[in-house]
Design a protein around this ligand. Structure first.
Ligand SMILES: Cc1cc2nc3c(=O)[nH]c(=O)nc-3n(C[C@H](O)[C@H](O)[C@H](O)COP(=O)(O)O)c2cc1C
Length: 303
């Protein structure tokens, strides 16, 4: 079967992308997962500088989900470029930089820095990270702020630019639309849902922070709705993310309008999940008589 698809300004060999943060910098998975088999790899979020992240505990498993407060620990853009990128670029797949910033200007710095490197295919702006401007709130909660960051980064790169959105806003469709207007080639949704876990014995949070972000199968129906809402009302490519754990999950996201999907938390439990999910999806499509993924994208028939 021809598994190729076009998404967010890139031609991918298949619609399966490794999500940011659950596959490290990609090469950590190489002994277990054939990286040549995935459509793209979105690397762990990068700031211009190194970050320690939050102190432990920063993971808590919930029924069907995972609560994390990693706090965007990372090696920073220069160390990534020197120590990881040369290895990662040996694989025949797209490398997408997940760009982060505590201040708006930091997104621009990261995008500018990687834009000149030919081994980088494009960017995913993590508009869901805490920003100093609004006391730790994230830009993707507001259309105007999202617009400004996409616009500023659009001015420094011609490479594909995706905006990764938070579902923790009542303006998701407006935010997606603002990103499209500012020149984003795609929106990736969703990032994690704000949530909390408490221990009644200690009467404290299970995490070192008050809130964490919920991911995994628990959020799949919420993410599916978010993808449907944006894909059916904004003229922008959507990359679906949230609890995808099987080939059937993947096809459901394509059906409601996603052009590609990202595989997140399942990778922590099953590092080669992306390959299995692709195989399952191809078998299911073949069983139903489809010739390629494009024949199912956006073909949801409603109630
Ligand atoms: C441990 C962990 C770390 C993550 N780090 C990042 C990150 O650096 N940048 C980002 O945009 N999203 C990050 N995410 C969010 C995921 O990429 C994804 O959007 C989210 O987990 C939902 O997908 P899932 O349910 O398949 O995990 C992280 C998620 C987890 C669980």
């Amino acid at each position: 079967m021809d598994t190729r698809i076009k998404a967010g300004g890139l031609v991918l060999k298949n619609p399966v992308i490794l999500a940011s943060g659950t596959a490290g910098y990609g090469i950590e998975l190489a002994p277990i997962l054939d990286l040549n088999r995935v459509g793209a790899i979105v690397v762990k979020g990068l700031y211009p500088y190194e970050r320690q992240g939050n102190p432990p505990p920063r993971l808590w498993e919930t029924p069907c989900g995972l609560l994390n407060s990693i706090g965007l620990q990372g090696v920073g853009m220069r160390r990534f470029a020197e120590e990881y990128l040369p290895h990662l670029s040996q694989y025949d797949t797209h490398i997408i930089i997940n760009a982060c910033g505590e201040e708006d200007e930091e997104y621009v710095q990261v995008v500018k820095y990687f834009s000149k490197l030919p081994s980088v295919s494009g960017f995913e702006l993590n508009l869901s990270c805490p920003n100093v401007r609004e006391g730790g709130k994230c830009p993707a909660m507001w259309p105007r702020w999202s617009y400004e960051i996409v616009k500023a980064t659009r001015e420094v790169t011609e490479k594909p630019l995706w905006a990764k959105l938070t579902p923790n806003t009542s303006s998701l469709v407006e935010v997606a639309s603002a990103c499209q207007e500012a020149g984003a080639d795609a929106v990736s949704l969703v990032n994690t849902y704000l949530a909390m876990a408490v221990d009644f014995r200690t009467r404290k949070s299970r995490l070192s922070t008050l809130f964490g972000g919920l991911s995994g199968p628990a959020i799949k129906p919420l993410a599916l709705r978010a993808v449907y809402l944006v894909a059916s009302s904004v003229d922008v490519d959507v990359v679906g993310i949230g609890g995808i754990s099987s080939g059937e999950d993947l096809l459901e996201f394509l059906l409601v309008g996603a052009k590609a999907v990202q595989i997140g938390s399942i990778t922590l439990r099953e590092p080669a999940a992306a390959e299995r999910i692709l195989k399952e999806a191809v078998s299911l499509l073949e069983e139903e008589g489809y010739n390629n993924f494009n024949e199912i994208i956006g073909r949801f028939q409603g109630v």
